[in-house]
Design a protein around this ligand. Sequence first.
Ligand SMILES: [Zn+2]
Length: 358
Amino acid sequence: MLRIKGRVLVGPDEVRDGLWAVDGRITYERPPGADGAVTLTGWALPGLVDAHCHVGLDHQGPVDAATSEKQALTDREAGTLLIRDAGSPSDTRWVDEREDLPKIIRAGRHIARTRRYIRNFAHEIEPGDLVAYVAQEARRGDGWVKLVGDWIDRDAGDLTACWPRGEVEAAIAEAHRLGARVTAHCFAEDSLRDLVEAGIDCVEHATGLTEDTIPLFAERGVAIVPTLVNIATFPALAAGGEAKFPRWSAHMRRLHERRYDTVRAAYDAGIPVFTGTDAGGSLAHGLIADEVAELVKAGIPALDALSATAWGARRWLGRPALEEGAPADLVVYDEDPRADVRVLASPRAVVLNGRVMG
Ligand SMILES: [Zn+2]
């Protein structure tokens, strides 16, 4: 039995004094035998959510189980205990059997247009096959499907949309029929309107949001996961592609320059914003605290930036936070993270299924 003695942040404005974890579950009622409980003191938050993470993937493609395990452990150490895996070519179902690894909500494998994404990551297909692949990945995943909505078109020398409106509309309808939500990788401006009008549920990165598309997202409640720690790499990518694709480079630089304004404008309009690090493709795992700090830098108030990785993110993904009876997945800090989100960078203890992780 475990006791958290201190301040439990049950919700953005609900704080309770302490909790117990009995058989891996949270209770606020003092259980029999409570005197012998291992005690942790501090400020407790629900296990953090990384809503855009890739387990079983590195910059070259799929990785073995030992490497996947290391990735998941690095996330765990950072306090990430719930991952929405935004596309992986590896089968990571074995993680579900492990009580000591973060819980994963999978989106199956990325679905991209032929030769329009990073090699070895995605199913690369043409629009005529989109509905069938979306159905397949909806069945493989845990309620999400991941599309690559735009990517560099080498003939155009710039980012362009990957899917015609009709096919993407049919594919999203099929996913919804199968009970799955759909998200898409989008850097640029021009794929967003079609995807939102076709009924998409979420957009990753969303650097191309403008005053034209922000009201559409807001009206339909389409969430975004900005992955600002990934967007920080745009200038280096742009420099690398400058000689061959100058238009693409300039475009990436513009998207990068306005990234904080874009996120702030989306937030101000009421678009749900959640934290994602994009770990696994080229970025390191364990960067969740940096992403929360980036949201604050973009102008999102600390409490809402915390909610984007804690209460709000869990509600959006249909998972409990620190309710009575919920799995005891929580992170304990020395100080109140609401006062300064940088506290998230140094967890005092990580508790998963009621056990303190070493
Ligand atoms: Zn990604």
